[in-house]
Design a binder for this molecule. Sequence first.
Ligand code: ARG
Ligand code: ZN
Length: 851
Amino acid sequence: NVHKLADYRPYPFVLSATRMRFRLSPGNTRVHAELSLAPRDAQQAADLVLDGGKAVRLLALTIDGQPLDPAHVTRQEETLTIAADALPRHPFLLETEVEIDPSANTACEGLYISNGMFCTQCEAEGFRHITFYPDRPDVMATFYVTIDSDLPVLLSNGNPVGQSQGRAEWHDPWPKPSYLFALVAGDLVAVSDSFTTRSGRKVALNVWVRPGDQDRAGFAMESLIKSMKWDEDVYGREYDLDVFNIVAVDDFNMGAMENKGLNIFNSKLVLASPETATDGDYERIEAVIAHEYFHNWTGNRITCRDWFQLCLKEGLTVFRDQQFTSDMRSAAVKRIEDVQALRARQFREDQGPLAHPPRPDRYEEINNFYTATVYEKGAEVIGMLKRLVGDDGYRRALDLYFDRHDGDAATIEDWLKVFEDATGRDLAQFKRWYTDAGTPRLTMIEDWQDGTLALTFTQETPPTPGQAQKLPRVIPVAVGLIGPNGDEVTPTQVLEVTEASQTFTFAGLGARPVVSALRGFSAPVMLSRDLDDATRAFLLAHDTDPFARWEAGRELALSALIAASQGKTVTGDYVDAIGRLIADDAADPAFRALCLNLPGEEEIATRLSSEGLTPDPDAIHAARELLARQIAETHLDLLSQLYEDMTVEGPYIPDAAGTAGRSLRNAVLALLTRIDGGERAEILFGIASNMTERMAALTSLLRRGRGQAELAALQDQFAGNRLVMDKWFAVQPMAAPPLQAAAVARDLSQRKDFDWKNPNRFRALLGGLAANHAGFHAADGSGYDFTADWLLRMDVLNPQMAARLSTAFETWTRYDPGRRAKALAALERIAASEGLSKNTREMVSRMIAAG
Ligand code: ARG
Ligand code: ZN
């Protein structure tokens, strides 16, 4: 059952208002719905097709108060159809009464129960498990919702319009598609504050949590207030209701959801205290609170016409949350972190059997397309657009977008058109970034003659599933030139590569400069250029662009690691350059930390396979250990000194400065632990009062095969804290020596507190193992087998979770024949399972097809 972009047709009915009444009960909830419908075209009779999942039981159905002749009503697996003959040619009211069973809903989609609390997740197609409805984003209505329940807190979208014993009424005046619907009912308490918009609307803000968690919700509230202010200042976007509610739930498939006026969050992205959350958690909470809030304009006020356009809201909203984080913290650090994440997840996706364009044109299960390509590459594409049209052009285009499309369900074509209209630029070629999959390979060749430097760029994108041939794209390449003495002779300029091969010249140069290319990672491409290690070290020392500077160090590290993994001797350039950086007290600590963290094993494997080589996970692991040890031994004194100097004094503050100091010190600790037998890490674990340092110490110890006492201590202290125990479950398979990783995971899976039905706990264990590159890809197939066993178990309960974690296998074709055979056997075992969900089936068959 494939859905195709080309098949889009408007819904044949217009829905103006939806009234719903819920009578909540765990085992049998009644949902009454009234839909104010009208034929889109009175001349053309059409059947009324409503979506409705298998478990929705129809109790009553009327049109304008009249029951229907059953002959006109057809129930199929996923739909309910009312024949055109039975429908009025004028506006009419469709009333339904259905029964659903939230207590039996284990998929975390639709209306379900998490820890005694009713909650919903409707994006993408969860609403159809609540009632019969045109469950598609281009059908938008205002909602009136009544909730009957004895639970103390009853929430839905929009503004509260009535509250009495056992009943709450909500009205959302902004027309919205069903995927933005939400309902929450439970025993909750709020951390409250308020925000006054710049036009004077006073908005009540609440972060709802379970009693006892209030003291961990303050940071989320601060982040919300900062986000609201930032969106006014930077995008001119104001909030548009009287209340904004956020609810934290423990069972949630993804990170969070932007339901209008009622955002629902995975509790790990709300709750934080210094003792339980790391610096990374704090940064993510701030970013995701912002992300969901920003969706109010980019997603809710302007939504998507259909799910093929998902990156219209997600790419833009990720881009906006990235801008927000750069403004709140360090722009340089944020950019480097984002590029690292893009390469680790999106480049990997683009290289394998699951590659797809930011705007796919076909899918079987839309939940399988909430991917790094749609989100993160979708954001990169917007970054390129901004670079091409400039900051002013971007601002004008966005103003026009909000102006022209407010209230619309829009498309990527609409989005590109506002840029064309606001800036006069033709974006026909640029559009390929949305429609073509794959990471372009860009080669740069330098030619120096008589004071003129010529840069020749050649681009090529390898084939991806369903797309054999690719045409050249518009690639903005930000370039600067650095003179031999280290001074910048030509500041950054953006070269627009549009041809398969193209040359740009810089004339009138006194001496041959060093080229700093792809500054700021100006396009999501793989750049290859012939650069020796000495020149890389020069750029690492002198580049004025922080990303390019870091990248030079990264390339040095990669070339050393790749040489070592192939059994070649490593030149001293990288180790020397790192020494200079360790000693450079003037450099930003966060930047130094980013340079000290060696590229991960997965990143090395991705690089090797992009060069057509077969990565050997064990050799890569050994090479990385070797290089880390070499750095630690060579610079032992400097590192020991730095470790002492970097002690962060005073109370724990999770801001950019505090985070930077801790990140450098922890990077140094990871190196030192390789030779001090774990002494420093044990001491740090014992005295640290914050989770950032304790996790860093624990991880370092586990990687050395130690840390059992520390694990026991954490468990004693935090047995009742789910989020900390999730970390406890994740870190063990992740940091285990590779040959033990699957066994460690298997032992953990036998524990009583491995509550695998909880998505966070399941992801902790399975994701922890998948993050151990050499462990997951152990040559004996133990990682593959363990993962396949649990995916099969999870698929029965929660298909979305199983499908999502099946991406652990997405790189299987890269490896040697022995591993490939074992991975394929695991995938085939999953595929052969009877009753496999369509989610997992789609994923597994795409992966098998690449074999
Ligand atoms: N729109 C949400 C976000 O990015 C993601 C929800 C996706 N959920 C899902 N089940 N596919 O903020
Ligand atoms: Zn989003």
